[in-house]
Design a protein around this ligand. Sequence first.
Ligand SMILES: Cc1cc2nc3c(=O)[nH]c(=O)nc-3n(C[C@H](O)[C@H](O)[C@H](O)COP(=O)(O)OP(=O)(O)OC[C@H]3O[C@@H](n4cnc5c(N)ncnc54)[C@H](O)[C@@H]3O)c2cc1C
Ligand SMILES: C[S@@+](CC[C@H](N)C(=O)[O-])C[C@H]1O[C@@H](n2cnc3c(N)ncnc32)[C@H](O)[C@@H]1O
Length: 648
Amino acid sequence: MKTAPVVAATIAFDAQGIAFSSLYNDRYHPRAGALEQAAHVFLQGNGLPNRWHGRERFVVLETGFGLGNNFLATWNAWRSDPRRGERLHFISIEKHPLSRADLARVHADSRLPALAGALLQAWPPLTPNLHRLDFDDARVQLTLALGDVSDWLPEIVASVDAFYLDGFAPDRNPAMWQPRVFKALARLAAPGATAATWSVARTVRSGLTTAGFEVRSAPGSADKREITLARFAPRFVPRRAPTRLASAACAERHAVVIGAGLAGCAAAWALADQGWRSTLFERLPAIAGAASGNRAGIFHGIVNPQDGTHARFNRAAALQAQGAVGVAIEHYGAPGQLCGVLRLEQSTPLEAMQATLATLGLPPDYVLAFSADDASRASGLPLPTAAWFFAGGGWVQPPALAASFLQRSGGSAIVRSGLQVSAMRRSGERWQLLDAASRVLDEAVVVVLANSFEAAGLLGGRDWPLHLVRGQTSEFPAATSGLRLPLLPVAGNGYVLPALPGGIALCGATAQRDDLDGAPRLEDHRHNLAQLGRLTGSAPEIDPSALAGRVGWRCVADDRLPLIGGVPAPQRLQEPGIRLDQPRFVPRTPGLFVFSALASRGISWAALGAQSLASLISGAPCPLEASLLDAVDAGRFVSRAACRAAPR
Ligand SMILES: Cc1cc2nc3c(=O)[nH]c(=O)nc-3n(C[C@H](O)[C@H](O)[C@H](O)COP(=O)(O)OP(=O)(O)OC[C@H]3O[C@@H](n4cnc5c(N)ncnc54)[C@H](O)[C@@H]3O)c2cc1C
Ligand SMILES: C[S@@+](CC[C@H](N)C(=O)[O-])C[C@H]1O[C@@H](n2cnc3c(N)ncnc32)[C@H](O)[C@@H]1O
């Protein structure tokens, strides 16, 4: 998907004080009231609240988030309903989102002040990606897609129960009501899905009908004599890609997770958010004792002028990491700071950096281009070059972040440490996990391999192009003479953190591919000190042999993206009718999922990666768009190999 800059709405008010868009020359809601319209047209029109009673999840998709009134009204109705289902998912697509200031302004006198306040607090930087915002302990999950409805609908991975069609009037905003929009809605419709809109325009009714909806009129209220309601009743149901939301039918809602590093713990948390229990097997005596065991690490997004796959995935992931790390620090006492991160730019001049930001329209609360002077002021050190400043970045202690994920899972996650899974075998519908003596440790329908590089080994060897990259960090007293530490993390070639609790300076890290030496090395400390010198201009007077350090291994895929999703089924690749041209079509091994290859970005990627994995397992709407899911899909290498081998 090619992203376009997000242009915020310009809000005006008409003579009655109703929010008005000069761009579309239309009001955001009728005079009779936004909440009244939401109740009559969208809730009642879709059979709500009745239809969500007793449901594991109910999924709404709205075209046009606008002021968020429909979301607030739906959330309020769900909250006030003692018979509500377990989870409400609300997906909404918005081309011109409100700035935070405008959102505060339009909800200043809200009749739902607590909900409007929570929405305001969670309001994300206006970047062109999906934003997953959680409310009411994640029982209400809002997925905001910022951009054009036609670009986003084909990218949404979800099975939708009710559609709220709420663009501006079709004659003023035809783009929102085109046939291809209705066709894309049909692709997302769950069996029995309904749609409602206040519009009675002929184009709307015929568009819905052509897309497979049965359309009828219903009485309107206040400003509207009639409204349009529809039920999805297609003559044929399009085939869904086998990897997308494939294993929704696991009644026990329990997964076994192998490995309790950042990936495994985050997976347990994300599964719990979808109502799943998990049991984690960890061969070490405690969680986060391998790659995830460092004293501290940094997280932030990235920028590239093409806004390609890596930039988009890293941006979406960094925004989710910001939320997860914020909770870990604020509610679970994790050592860390959301203080921003400076990433020194070695080769691009400041003007080019600024031009990139202008072209991509990335907002300042996500990233800024700092001159060397600005960067020096922010860090308190004389920095040599311009830098990207990622305001939502920071540092955190990875084991504490992992622990916070487990704590947030409540009683839904059990860790069984000191137990190595040595093999797996199929037994009927279930996977059995075996120890070295072939005793069954546990069994489950769904198994998640979150055991880094060893995932491939447990599957009997895979042709995933993964390798291990050894890394060593260096630690010494922050009070060392000659050392000046930055006020916030500074990264470039290597990174250096501000003084850590206990007065410790930490810098790193080395990167040695396929090097299995586990002992800290003197030359690596020298290397880290040299990097520190280049980053900060300071030269600590310390003997490198006096430095403490830690060695770990990153698991890195050749394309530097994680592995997320169903494990491919090699024995099924030759079956007739199997498509391999896109990762989403690669056939999977029932019940087997992988979340691995978090490379040097486990802190940044854990939350979003785990949420995406949990949605693929549980069938909940995915916080990652289809094209990025393809990019991280564990089946991508199969698909690429098939494309390379195909006759031209
Ligand atoms: C030196 C260094 C510096 C880094 N700095 C940063 C940074 O600043 N920012 C950042 O975002 N990332 C950083 N990283 C990367 C980050 O640490 C990793 O991406 C992340 O920790 C990977 O998490 P994981 O859960 O996939 O792997 P791991 O933490 O290695 O967890 C896998 C777990 O699986 C267990 N396991 C394996 N096989 C089995 C089995 N058969 N049965 C039971 N258990 C098993 C292992 O014991 C292990 O605990 C750094 C990494 C290194 C090495
Ligand atoms: C009537 S308002 C929505 C009101 C909103 N549902 C609420 O509850 O406040 C219509 C919204 O559609 C958005 N919109 C218009 N064209 C769009 C497009 N092509 N893609 C996505 N959103 C669009 C507008 O920016 C506007 O916010």
